[in-house]
Design a protein around this ligand. Sequence first.
Ligand code: HEM
Length: 405
Amino acid sequence: MAASPAQSDVKVPDHVPSDLVFRLGHIVGPEFLSDPYEFYPSLHEKYPPLFYDADTMVGGTWVTIKHADALKALRSSDFTIQNGSIFPRDPEDFFPLIPVEFDPPEHRKYRNILDPMLSPKAVLELSNDIRALANELIDEFIDKGECEFTTDFARPLPVSVFLNLMGLPLDMRDTFVRWVVSLISFAERDKAVQIMAEIREYLSSVIEEKRANPDNGAISRIVHGTVDGEPLGEQEVYGFVFFLFIAGIDTVYAAMNNIWVWLARNPERRREMIAEPENIDSQLEELLRYYGVTFSGRTLVRDLEMNGVQMKAGDRFMCILPACNYDPDVYENPREVDFHRPRKPILTFTGGVHACMGGHLARLEIKIALQEWLRRIPEFDLKPGTQISYLPSGVIGPASVPLVW
Ligand code: HEM
């Protein structure tokens, strides 16, 4: 059934036709929270390809759910990533989130500092360490016959990989887990200032240490990196390191939480995966298509027509990537998990210049996690009585995943 255009408290610009104004309830609405992965595919049945979301939560933005339109926008210089700040900061102590808050051509200069470290070839060298970390975590709970997947596996794994990549000691794992959880939790907003101060103090001291004693880790490369022949300023170094921290951890564990709930609920399909280990890359890509976890927000820099709709410079524009991954014009039977689907680019890691820098690493982490888990715990289920629930967050995944075997 088609959704009806809606009234809203948000000031909708005059050039937006009233029949294209909706209140989507993305992230906060009851339909979304009851099951985001039912909500996203259903958007294609209920909404026009491009419309205006006037929900107070998002404050008014154009929305696309179409794969081709999202790619067009993400690759176009008609859109800027600036003014779409995704993380609140103290204006007295402002640091830019690098590279994600820069447009070309500056953007590329910052990316060049770290891209070689995150190339497919470079991340492959981390395979043995990731495999060992995954097995150490499984060792801790396998004999108990149960675990809380998020706390026992999905969070500590990417945190450990992150510490390794950055050149930080592994004994900081639990502290980093605590920091990530507090930063993303809406419920702990009042603690955010204190947590930000703790993170700042720790990372600043590490940055100074790497300045004096360079190594091969990402922090050292950033500290000693240059843009146009000049070293990065103090706030830039911090903003780059801090952004990696917020970009590279909760995304991975949200994706893993989603995937493991699916594995627990679909024993036959799980056995199909185990029976075709050589198809693991396609299996993973399909599960990542199904479970996009975040979005790309932009702002128009000039007036533009798309799909017969006239947008204006200064309008906000949101690519709902998880919905684009269910676009029926691109994926046949999009609601089906099909491990033999013809390869089409998925938008989980977005596209264009800001395509995720950690996409190869994230895929490798989740692939190794799948291989080791399915080898050691091939049969498992959700703990009886479990209700999977989702909290409002910019990174989507179940809050808790209790498993038994
Ligand atoms: C499943 C896991 C992950 C997902 C779904 C994901 C998704 C994304 C998305 C959608 C963007 C684009 C944001 C935008 O357009 O506004 C992005 C950017 C980025 N991600 Fe990831 N990410 C993941 C893992 C990682 C990891 C492990 C790292 C770091 C090691 C990382 C580092 C980055 C960086 C640095 C950017 C900014 C790139 C740029 O602005 O050029 N991500 N990611």
